[in-house]
Ligand binder design. Structure first.
Ligand SMILES: NC(=O)c1ccc[n+]([C@@H]2O[C@H](COP(=O)([O-])OP(=O)(O)OC[C@H]3O[C@@H](n4cnc5c(N)ncnc54)[C@H](OP(=O)(O)O)[C@@H]3O)[C@@H](O)[C@H]2O)c1
Length: 244
């Protein structure tokens, strides 16, 4: 497959390693430094462009790349309020785009585990639920896309929790608030933990990425899929379709 790397930070370089192992051809690399321009001519030659940049630039990249006919895998997080506009853009250009808050297959199975556990604890009653995430000191958005995804899952599967509270609290937490804290520091590629706590016991579910390899592997599963498909897809659609 002919691929374009859009963003050449931690994830861009991990994708490059895996592309070489898979014998994919990297026809373009954009933003080796953030002051560089998008390599339109190079991206046009690619079947799939993989964007792991930053929320400030990802929408501009979509606007420039989708009209070219190059399919897109979007790993960049922190832009999801623009999803309706992206949906229109994909339809307008009859383009193909797949995105994920977390491309790790392990993390996606963790999401299903949290959903299942959350439903059961809610049904049984007596358990409070909260969580936290840890990421490296270079991460720009907070809470992580993955934390927001986990919060959505818990809010949709419990009766009491109605809203995410990701800020520090100088008051008692309300029972309808789900507290999910973010910690930034060091080199951690991503740790997410959910705790169900009762007077009797505590259950901790966590997902820890050992490296960025799992994200890159999932991004290539997504690239293999979107190469031959048009439309807007979320990575979890690949589970529903039996691709994963
Ligand atoms: N979905 C997933 O599975 C997953 C997994 C990991 C990370 N991510 C997300 O992917 C994104 C990239 O993560 P990363 O760890 O690779 O970040 P990173 O190391 O900071 O790399 C980001 C890349 O984009 C460039 N860039 C940043 N801001 C830019 C701007 N305004 N204009 C043009 N280029 C810009 C950077 O250039 P410089 O090096 O010059 O700054 C760098 O090449 C983040 O949004 C992160 O949350 C998603």
């Amino acid at each position: 497959m002919k691929i374009a790397l859009v963003g050449y930070g931690n994830m861009g370089q991990e994708l490059e390693k895996l592309a070489l192992e898979r014998n994919d051809e990297i026809v373009s690399v954009s933003f080796r430094k953030m002051t560089d321009k998008l390599d339109i001519a190079g991206v046009k030659k690619a079947e799939v462009a993989l964007d792991f940049t930053s929320p400030e630039v990802v929408l501009k990249n979509m606007q420039a790349i989708l009209p070219l006919g190059t399919k897109m895998v979007i790993g960049t997080t922190g832009w999801y309020d623009k999803l309706p506009a992206v949906k229109k853009m994909v339809a307008k250009y009859k383009a193909g785009l797949i995105y994920a808050k977390n491309f790790s297959v392990g993390a996606n199975i963790f999401f299903k585990t949290v959903y299942f556990a959350s439903k059961l604890f809610d049904k049984y009653g007596g358990y409070d639920v909260y969580g936290f995430e840890i990421h490296h000191k270079g991460k720009k958005d907070s809470p992580s896309g993955t934390a927001k995804k986990i919060a959505e899952i818990i809010l949709s599967s419990t009766k009491e929790k109605k809203q995410l509270q990701a800020e520090k609290l100088d008051r008692k937490i309300r029972s309808d608030e789900l507290h999910f804290a973010s910690i930034r520091g060091g080199f951690n590629p991503g740790h997410h933990e959910v705790i169900f706590d009762s007077l009797a016991d505590k259950i901790e579910l966590s997902h820890s990425a050992h490296s960025r390899r799992g994200f890159a592997q999932g991004a290539f599963l997504a690239a293999d899929f979107i190469k031959n498909n048009r439309g807007l897809f979320a990575f979890e659609d690949l589970f529903e379709r039996g691709v994963i």
